[in-house]
Design a protein around this ligand. Structure first.
Ligand code: MG
Ligand code: MG
Length: 272
């Protein structure tokens, strides 16, 4: 059942979403060649606890760490390890936090050093598809409208849209109803309503959409070994329209990037 949130609950969710957004912003300046994912994971855990929250993924379904760290051909659910990041790698960082009983869940694929142009393009298109999907998350639309928009855009570049993993409702549970696939048919599926809160998270592969799983029971990789990208925002429907709860602002501040990509989804001014 979809849990509709009150304005007060959405404010609490914004607080949780801002904690994960700031955590990724803190990591943005730490991600460089030679650094390992386990070190970044420890930084994130300390940062989240220092902000009065709990790591959202640690122990969830027995996951051993704070961050999902998925480099290169890993799609999602990578377990942080001591392997140093290399120049030209990409790494998808997915972060969860729990505060005031509500979850934030937010992901960004970072470039490590200088990345190949075709990989940069995959990241750009995947992030664009996230906003194209978010634009469809409004009263009057349905789950399939979001999925269709993301799929249609990414497939027009020849990319593979992962089927087995999907976005989701978000709130007191990390995974609430409805499922939010990154593929679908227009006008199909659950109807959106005021006060719905979801995580929209395209997982897009440069090559085939097919995936495999490592024996660790977690790590998801592309079947063809080509790179994969993952971007995730937390979004609420406010006044009938999509309102971003999470933000990439802190990442962009750290990396010196100027962007107005979130402006149209922001009815409430962001605290700095
Ligand atoms: Mg996530
Ligand atoms: Mg998620």
């Amino acid at each position: 059942m979809v849990k509709i949130k009150s304005a007060e609950e959405i404010e609490l969710m914004r607080e949780s979403a801002l904690i994960v957004s700031k955590t990724l912003g803190m990591l943005a300046s730490e991600i460089k060649p030679g650094v390992n994912a386990l070190y970044l994971d420890e930084l994130a855990e300390t940062f989240i606890r220092d902000h009065g929250a709990e790591p959202g993924f640690l122990g969830m379904y027995d996951f051993p760490n704070t961050l999902n760290m998925s480099p290169n051909a890993q799609v999602v659910h990578g377990i942080p390890n001591k392997e140093p990041l290399k120049d030209g790698d990409i790494i998808s960082v997915d972060c969860g936090a729990l505060k005031n009983e509500y979850y934030g869940d937010h992901a960004y694929t970072f470039e490590v050093g200088e990345v190949a142009p075709e990989v940069k393009k995959l990241l750009k298109v995947t992030k664009e598809s996230l906003y194209i999907g978010i634009r469809e998350f409004k009263v009057g639309n349905r789950v399939g409208d979001v999925g269709y928009a993301i799929q249609n855009y990414c497939e027009s570049f020849g990319y593979g849209v992962v089927r087995e993993l999907v976005g989701h409702g978000l709130g007191k549970k990390l995974h609430e109803s409805p499922e939010m696939p990154n593929y679908g048919k227009r006008g199909r599926g659950k109807k959106f309503a005021e006060g719905m809160t979801v995580a929209i998270e395209p997982m897009i592969n440069m090559g085939t959409k097919n995936i495999k799983q490592l024996k660790d029971g977690w790590t998801i990789l592309t079947a063809d070994g080509k790179p994969s990208a993952h971007f995730e925002h937390d979004v609420a429907i406010v006044n009938g329209k999509p309102e971003l709860l999470s933000t990439f602002k802190y990442i962009y501040d750290a990396l010196g990037i100027t962007s107005d990509e979130e402006d149209e989804f922001r009815q409430t001014k962001l605290q700095s």
